[in-house]
Design a protein around this ligand. Structure first.
Ligand SMILES: *[C@@H]1O[C@H](CO)[C@@H](O)[C@H](O)[C@H]1NC(C)=O
Length: 287
C-alpha cells in the first residue's frame, strides 16, 4: 500500500525536479548577469571600462600578489626615446574618445599659463616664454573618473605613487604659441629652497597637431650643451604630438640631482591646435 501510494508522486517528481533545477539555473544566470553589469556600471563610464580591460594581458598567469598589488598582468607598449634624459614614449596610452572628453572638461576653464619665477625675474621680464592657456584639474574633481584612471596608469608606469602627483595641467597651444626650453625641476640656487622636487613629468597628448608643437629636448645626449643656445630655438630630440600618446621623462638623475639633459620645451604650433595634459610628479607625497 505504501509503495503504491508513493509511486505516482515519484513519476511526477523527476520531470518537475529537472524543470525546477533549470528554472533556478536560469534565474541564477540572469541575476549574475545583472549583478556583474551593475558592477561595471558602478565604474565611471563604459569608455573607461573598455580602456581598462584592453591592457590586461590574458596570455600570462599572474602571481600571488601583495596587499597593494594587482591580480592581472598588463601590457603597456613603450619605446625608450633617450637615456639622456630618461624619456619614454607610450603610443596609444589613452583612447581618442577620452582625450576629447578631457579637452571638453578643460575648454571653459582656460587661463593664460603662468611661470614659476626665478630670483630677480618678473612677469614682465619673462613675458613670451610660455604663451599657452591652461587649467589645473585634479582627478578627484573629475566626476567622470577619466583622470582617475589615467592617474592610476601613470602611477603604474612610473612606480611613483599617485599621491606624489600635482593636479593635471591641461594646456592649449594655438598657432604661434610655445614654451621656451626650461627645466621642470626647481634648482634651489635659482628658485630658493623647495619643499619637494619634481622627479618626472608625464605628457598626454590630447590632440593631433597638423604642424609644429613638438616637445623638444635641445640638450638630449649633451648635444648643444655649452653652446650659445638661446632657449627659444626648436632643436634637438623632437617628439611629435599624436592624440592619445604619452611621453614620460625624468628631471632628476637616480641620485636626485637635476638632469641637465632634461631641458625641454614646446615648439611653436605652426598649424592646428595642440592640447596636452601634463602631470608633474614629485619626490614626496603632496597630501
Ligand atoms: C593606435 O591608435 C591609432 C590612432 O588612434 C590607431 O590607428 C592604431 O590602430 C592604434 N594602434 C594599436 C596597436 O592599437
Amino acid at each position: 500500500m505504501k509503495n503504491k501510494a508513493k509511486s505516482p508522486s515519484l513519476k511526477l517528481g523527476l520531470p518537475s525536479l529537472i524543470f525546477i533545477c533549470s528554472l533556478f539555473f536560469f534565474i541564477g544566470l540572469f541575476i549574475s548577469t545583472i549583478f556583474f553589469q551593475g558592477l561595471g556600471d558602478a565604474r565611471p563610464r563604459s569608455g573607461v571600462r573598455i580602456l581598462e580591460e584592453s591592457v590586461v594581458d590574458k596570455e600570462y598567469d599572474p602571481l600571488d600578489h601583495g596587499k597593494t598589488g594587482e591580480d592581472f598582468v598588463e601590457s603597456i607598449p613603450f619605446q625608450v626615446l633617450s637615456w639622456r634624459p630618461r624619456a619614454l614614449y607610450f603610443p596609444n596610452f589613452t583612447s581618442a574618445g577620452l582625450c576629447e572628453r578631457i579637452i571638453d572638461m578643460a575648454k571653459s576653464k582656460l587661463q593664460p599659463s603662468k611661470l614659476a619665477m626665478r630670483k630677480g625675474e618678473s612677469a614682465e621680464s619673462t613675458k613670451g616664454t610660455r604663451t599657452s592657456s591652461g587649467t589645473f584639474i585634479s582627478a578627484s574633481e573629475d566626476k567622470t573618473g577619466i583622470l582617475d584612471l589615467i592617474e592610476r596608469k601613470i602611477a603604474r608606469i612610473t612606480m611613483l605613487p599617485r599621491t606624489h602627483g600635482e593636479a593635471f595641467n591641461i594646456l592649449r597651444y594655438e598657432i604661434g604659441q610655445k614654451y621656451d626650453a626650461h627645466y621642470d625641476a626647481f634648482n634651489p640656487a635659482e628658485y630658493g629652497p623647495q619643499q619637494s622636487q619634481r622627479v618626472a613629468s608625464f605628457l598626454l597628448y590630447l590632440s593631433n597637431v597638423e604642424a609644429g608643437g613638438e616637445t623638444m629636448f635641445p640638450f638630449e645626449d649633451g648635444v648643444n650643451m655649452g653652446t650659445r643656445y638661446d632657449y627659444k630655438e626648436c632643436i634637438g630630440l623632437k617628439v611629435k604630438p599624436r592624440q592619445g600618446d604619452g611621453l614620460l621623462f625624468y628631471s632628476l638623475l637616480p641620485n636626485g640631482i637635476i638632469d641637465k639633459n632634461s631641458l625641454h620645451g614646446s615648439c611653436p604650433v605652426i598649424e592646428g591646435q595642440k592640447w596636452v595634459a601634463t602631470k608633474w610628479i614629485r619626490d614626496r607625497d603632496r597630501v
